[in-house]
Design a protein around this ligand. Structure first.
Ligand SMILES: [Zn+2]
Ligand SMILES: [Zn+2]
Length: 640
């Protein structure tokens, strides 16, 4: 009996489920950043219809309240008769009575070109789906059809399924639709077939920019190198849903620096051009493409299914975002897009922040991951103490990725972090079985056949708050971790602005720093140090250069309108750097050479495209990883 009932219900649900939801979008007022959108829900029975505008968007974990840019919302039935809309809360509407068909018309305003919001202007329509489309509750399984009414010279790029009509696309269900951003513009378009099992898949790129076409063409070769090097970590591509993976790139002065991963595509935006932002842009290509394995398919359980009506919390972002960040830089190095010096320089920045931040006193890598809703694009008016309490899970995770990779290499001669990533791909990615932190620990134990190693690493550094021994780990690769300004006296890291005859502290002083110990904090204005005025920060450097670490100075400052003085004891500058042994004048052994070779050179079994840069002055060709011409010092470029 139970079974029969189920059959009937299932049959009914299937019939119910097959009626597609139909969207239509036009951009008649693009100069003023508006899109006109209509959506029809048909065959929906007699129940009241609940409509929503998303509050959140996968991959950027704060609340964005997309409803704030929606207006002129109107509802009609099958006979075009107006329907009454009520608004039970700020993000939803309700229609009590209708005839089984409801069409909603509304206007969307969008003027922010990044991976989370939408941008409509005379050059393009750049749409993140949760920021664009109203949806109905309880219709998650219905297929979706979307038609774009666009100017003749515009084309459409998206991971949505194409149809015979070039302006109509479909999605199999709600979750896939929400995950499928759309770029519509007069973009450059590139395709590249890569072998996959006994067939092929296509890597594609739409590139909306205002530079020369040969530039985007040259850049697609860089993309190919990154794609091959990323694949070499996992040994295979994921199976892309429609046989395609698409980079949706916008490099425009009015775009924001951003990247956002999706199942079979990514949005990458930058205010720089390919000429001026090349390495940063290549880094975001590397980061986002790595996500097609790590986070899109090797997926934290805590993010499934994604709830668009609340902030989604995940304690696994140190792995999902952080390890992806570790690999984005590593892949550029392996593909010889960056040099060893550049790789070390980047690492210096990240490691210096990680080592200098008091954040680990308060939170572990897992705790930091759970704070994503307050970090990435989150906004609020009141100041926070994040400079003391927060280390981004990107930075934290990337440094743990570095520590774990180097620890594995130190202890298990034939294993690397790549082996752990492959184990995660085998256990959780290919079959899309979402994971927990304990699953990553189990995968590490399985990879290394050493449960104790895995337990200890997780207890100390993932769940715990200890600092890995980077100096010893990095030395294996002939990299030296050292203070970048040894012996230099400092008041502590500070953000400041010049304000009348003083410098005003812009952020909370760092716990343990001379400023902090002397009782100075955000908003305080420093007028003099040992009687000398410091209206400009370079004056501060000049003043401090007359003193030594441990010297006591008198600071005259204003705090909450009160003029005060304090004694301040100078401490050593807290910045760290990573330099090659070559630069530090230390010997390079054959062990170091081998270590570097295994860690930092191409892992790809397929040859990478030969990448070159050009000197704009002398027109010579150089290896891509070089930054400047060896003859005239000019900055090297992507195209002649
Ligand atoms: Zn665009
Ligand atoms: Zn990411």
């Amino acid at each position: 009996m139970k079974f029969r009932l189920c059959v009937l219900v299932c049959l009914f649900q299937t019939a119910f489920a097959q009626e597609p939801i139909s969207y239509s979008v036009s951009f008649d007022n693009a100069e003023h950043h508006e899109a006109n959108i209509s959506v029809t829900f048909s065959n929906i029975g007699k129940e009241p219809l609940e409509l929503y505008m998303s509050r959140s968007s996968p991959g950027r974990y704060a609340l964005h309240e997309f409803v704030k840019n929606i207006y002129d919302v109107k509802a009609t039935d099958a006979k075009d008769k107006p329907l009454v809309l009520t608004q039970p809360d700020p993000y939803s509407w309700r229609i009590e009575k209708h005839d089984g068909t409801v069409t909603i018309n509304y206007t969307l305003f969008g003027d922010y070109c990044d991976g989370t919001y939408s941008a409509i202007d005379p050059t393009h329509a750049h749409l993140n789906i949760p920021a664009t489309f109203i949806w109905a509750k309880g219709m998650d399984q219905r297929p979706i059809r979307v038609q774009f009414k666009i100017p003749k010279h515009w084309k459409i790029a998206t991971q949505l399924k194409p149809t015979e009509n070039p302006v109509v696309f479909t999605a199999s269900d709600f979750q896939y639709f929400m995950d499928s951003p759309v770029e519509i513009s007069d973009f450059d378009w590139y395709e590249w077939k890569v072998p996959y099992k006994d067939r092929s898949q296509t890597i594609r790129m739409s590139l909306h920019h205002s530079d020369r076409k040969d530039e985007s063409q040259a850049f697609f070769e860089v993309v190919k190198a990154i794609v091959l090097e990323a694949k070499a970590v996992f040994l295979e591509f994921p199976q892309y849903d429609n046989g395609t993976y698409t980079f949706l790139a916008d490099y425009l002065p009015y775009a924001r620096r951003d990247g956002m991963e999706h199942r079979n595509s990514t949005v990458i935006t930058h205010h720089h051009s390919l000429q001026t932002g090349l390495i940063d842009i290549a880094g975001s290509v590397s980061h986002e493409f790595f996500h097609c394995w790590n986070v899109e398919r090797i997926r934290p359980k805590s993010l499934e299914p994604f709830d668009f009506m609340r902030a989604n919390m995940s304690g696994e972002l140190w792995f999902a975002e952080g390890f992806t960040s570790y690999y984005d830089a590593l892949i550029l190095k392996r593909a010889a897009i960056t040099s060893l010096d550049q790789y070390a320089k980047n690492m210096s920045k990240d490691l210096s922040f990680f080592l200098g931040s008091p954040g680990r006193r308060y939170f572990s890598a897992v705790d930091m991951s759970r704070q994503a809703p307050f970090a990435d694009a989150a906004t609020s008016n009141d100041p926070q103490n994040k400079s003391n309490t927060f280390i981004s899970y990107y930075n934290f995770g990337a440094m743990l990725g570095l520590a774990l990779d180097l620890s594995i290499r130190e202890k298990f001669p034939n294993l690397t972090l790549d082996d752990l990533m492959r184990e995660m791909w085998d256990a959780h990615g290919r079959n899309e079985l979402p994971y927990t932190n304990d699953d990553v620990k189990a995968a590490l134990a399985k990879t290394t056949h050493d449960k104790k190693f895995a337990d200890t690493f997780f207890e100390k550094y993932i769940f715990g708050r200890e600092t890995p021994g980077f100096k010893k780990l990095l030395a294996q690769a002939g990299l030296l971790l050292r203070k970048s300004k040894p012996g230099k006296p400092s008041l502590g890291t500070m953000d400041w602005k010049i304000s009348e005859n003083s410098i005003e502290l812009q952020k909370p002083s760092i716990i343990g720093s001379p400023l902090y110990k002397a009782g100075l904090d955000r908003g305080d204005k420093i007028f003099t140090i040992n009687g000398e005025g410091i209206a400009e920060i370079n004056q501060l450097d000049t003043i401090l250069s007359h003193y030594y670490i441990g010297d006591t100075l008198t600071v005259e400052y204003e705090q909450r309108t009160k003029r005060k003085t304090a004694k301040l004891i100078l401490a050593e500058d807290t910045e760290w750097e990573v330099v090659t042994f070559e630069k530090a004048g230390e010997p390079i052994t054959s062990d170091i050479e081998n270590f570097r070779k295994n860690w930092l050179t191409s892992r790809s079994s397929e040859p990478l495209p030969v990448l070159k840069k050009y000197c704009p002055e002398c027109k010579r060709l150089f290896d891509f990883e070089l930054e400047f011409c060896g003859f005239d010092g000019s900055e090297l470029k992507l195209i002649p």
